[in-house]
Design a protein around this ligand. Structure first.
Ligand code: GAL
Length: 405
């Protein structure tokens, strides 16, 4: 069952002052998130139904069998609906015995024995979005519990949080700044005695990108990726102007991938994965990895793209405007993207409206300039050199070039 939310869309993403070096130094000092997290999350695969030990362990095994682990996919994360509907008499969260018959630690330990990591989901308010117990008022107790279970990653959602008026699933008039409740769980996790990746899920509220890095290792910068092309367009368009806030230790989280769920064309899936990868988003597969087509697997296993996502420089690609071209429009997908790498520049061309040929002069690309460059297109393997590059793109298609001197 897919649970749907009616979250008020984050309107006009007014970009506030870009982070100063001083702010970058304030990044959460838990040693995690040096590069964006790679893994799988149960939610887009099957909502509440996929939040089971069986699914988690099957997925972990597939990470090994399919070679995903070797490429860096590490986190196996269970989302909403893993607990019982109420805490026990000691006030503790209890794994649903039907879904986790051997408890949570057994699952975490087994996943660790496979050389992978295990993540769980919770909420800053009194209930999770699907109505299970939230962590409000229980932060320290829950963080200690997670450490005891050997959990490696915690996604903290924003439902049923303090509200002016009745506490509701997605409060239109929050009683306080979101940061207030996200800091509580940060401090509890920091004191838990275990380094736990802290993933903020406040749907981009309160311009989370301006303060997320001192609170967590990644932050959702928009409302959910519901699974349609329109969501890919919306999220990419909102991510471009805030690219600068991503850096080692803390990342704009464009939300989990929806590739493999029959909602996008193959070209759209390549574009979705490609933009998420170059924008340095965490990459969480949200489909049943045991049933992926060879074509999809090829996308998710594109080593060159994963290497770009995991590049040590940690600079998120954003849009650039070639001379003579119209600039980006909020809410629309822009054709020209680029980002600096530790060993070159990534340039992407996207066809937002129908099949089209796009070209770019390298002299227009930030980080490049006049002269001749070598390039490789990362989906086709096509290579070349010169002062420009072009691509014949199908509707919603993408070409992604790694460009070097
Ligand atoms: C939403 C969140 C989704 C998913 C869902 C679970 O608030 O953005 O990613 O976790 O809750 O109920």
């Amino acid at each position: 069952m897919r649970y749907s939310l009616s979250i008020v869309a984050v309107s006009a993403l007014a970009v506030e002052a870009l982070p100063s070096n001083e702010n970058f130094q304030k990044r959460l000092p838990n040693g995690l998130g040096k590069t964006p997290a790679l893994g799988w999350n149960s939610w887009n695969q099957g909502g509440c139904d996929a939040a089971t030990a069986e699914v988690a362990l099957r997925t972990a095994q597939s990470f090994i069998d399919l070679g995903l682990k070797d490429l860096g996919y590490t986190y196996v994360n269970i989302d909403d609906c893993w607990s019982t509907m109420s805490r026990n008499s000691a006030g503790e969260l209890v794994p649903d015995p039907n879904k986790f018959p051997n408890g949570m630690k057994a699952v975490a330990d087994e996943i660790h024995s496979m050389g992978l990591k295990f993540g769980l989901y919770g909420d800053a308010g009194i209930k999770t979005c699907a109505g299970y117990p939230g962590s409000e008022g229980h932060e320290e107790q829950d963080a200690k519990q997670l450490a005891e279970w050997n959990v490696d990653y915690w996604k903290h959602d924003n439902c049923f949080t303090p509200c002016q008026g009745p506490v509701v699933q997605t409060c239109p008039n929050p009683d306080g700044h979101t940061k207030t409740w996200y800091v509580k769980m940060r401090d509890a996790l920091q004191q838990s005695g275990r380094p736990i990746f802290y993933s903020l899920c406040n749907w981009g509220r309160d311009s989370v990108w301006t303060w997320g890095a001192e609170v967590g290792n990644s932050w959702r910068m928009s409302v959910d990726n519901w699974g349609n092309w329109a969501d890919v367009v919306r999220i990419a368009s909102e991510a471009a102007p805030i690219a600068e806030y991503s850096a080692p230790g803390g990342w704009n989280d464009l939300d989990m991938l929806i590739v493999g769920n029959g909602k996008l064309t193959p070209a759209e899936e390549r574009t979705h994965f490609g933009i998420w990868a170059i924008a340095k988003s965490p990459l969480f597969i949200g489909t049943d990895v045991t049933r992926m087509s060879d074509e999809l697997l090829k996308v998710l296993k594109n080593k060159a793209l994963i290497d770009i996502n995991q590049d040590s420089l940690g600079k998120a690609a954003t849009t650039f405007t070639p001379s003579g071209a119209a600039g980006p429009v909020t809410g629309q997908l822009y054709p020209y993207w680029a980002g600096e790498l530790s060993d070159g520049v990534v340039v992407a061309l996207v066809a937002p409206n129908g099949a089209q040929t796009y070209s770019v002069n390298f002299s227009d690309v930030p980080g490049l300039g006049e002269g001749s460059f070598e390039w490789t297109e990362l989906y086709s393997g096509r290579t070349g050199s010169g002062s420009s590059v072009s691509a014949d793109l199908e509707q919603h298609g993408i070409a992604i070039f790694k460009v070097t001197k």
